[in-house]
Design a binder for this molecule. Structure first.
Ligand code: 13P
Length: 251
């Protein structure tokens, strides 16, 4: 039996939290898909400015990035230690938009993940190839390179986000995603292979969530656009809850 509970991570990127996410947190939580659930983990990733009000609303919160050093001359950055103090339980490391816009390297991403673990924040480490790399047949080589140097012997989550599927409406087919997830799993240390969650990210939405989450090595989603739409996100939560027992029984 697998211990890999589904994890749905709502990455709101540079957008305000959907109003519905902040409602009913202390009242009728069944109306709020972003609230913590019993059978699956749901975590929201707001901007730094919205972290506190999401925590106050009773949500489980992660940061979209964090600096590995605790303090220092890093204008505009926020450290993992500060995120911990603020109440973050998770942090994204190496999202492709950070790798592209802020030139984060594989070594930077590894340092972030290690610093997060030191602060007892759970890192969700993002990896994935570009369209050009996939078309050249290099997808696995890139992913293998991105995995190298990561603290995979620790309790981390990997998010496979093919860059060509992010925000484009083009989703990896369930078979393409499963193939890469199995490849990633095969590169995890043996004693972490069964327990490490590997999320899929890239245009996951209500209409494709079921086919993706039915794949044996897909343990949840890192969801951008669809997570900003409460009804759409609610449908993905419903799918994950429905498939949860099956996923746990059939690793
Ligand atoms: P979309 O779901 O909008 O494609 O974004 C995926 C993503 O980048 C989540 O981190």
């Amino acid at each position: 039996m697998s211990s890999r509970k589904f994890l749905l991570a709502a990455n709101w990127k540079m957008n305000p939290p959907p109003a519905a996410a902040l409602e009913n947190a202390h009242g009728d939580r069944s109306k709020n898909p972003y609230h913590p659930h019993a059978d699956i983990d749901v975590v929201v990733f707001p901007t730094f400015l919205d972290l506190q009000r999401c925590i106050d609303a009773g949500l489980i919160v992660g940061a979209q990035c964090g600096h590995p050093e605790a303090t220092g001359a890093h204008t505009g950055d926020v450290s993992m230690a500060m995120l911990k103090t603020a109440g973050c339980r998770y942090v994204l490391c190496g999202h492709s938009e950070r790798r592209k816009d802020h030139h984060e390297t594989d070594a930077d991403v590894a340092a972030q993940a290690i610093a997060a673990l030191e602060q007892k924040i759970h890192p969700i480490i993002c990896i994935g190839e570009t369209l050009e790399e996939r078309e050249k047949g290099q997808a696995q080589i890139i992913v293998k390179r991105q995995l190298k140097g990561l603290p995979l012997e620790s309790d981390v989550t990997i998010a496979y986000e093919p860059v060509w599927a992010i925000g484009t409406g083009k989703t990896a087919t369930p078979a393409q995603a499963q193939e890469m997830h199995a490849f990633i799993r095969s590169h995890l240390p043996e004693d972490r292979r069964e327990s490490t969650r590997i999320l899929y990210g890239g245009s996951m939405k209500a209409e494709n969530a079921e086919a993706l989450l039915k794949q044996k090595d897909i343990d949840g989603g890192l969801i951008g656009g669809a997570s900003l739409k409460p009804e759409e996100f609610g449908k993905i939560v419903e799918v994950a809850e429905r498939l949860s027992a099956f996923h746990l029984l059939h690793p």
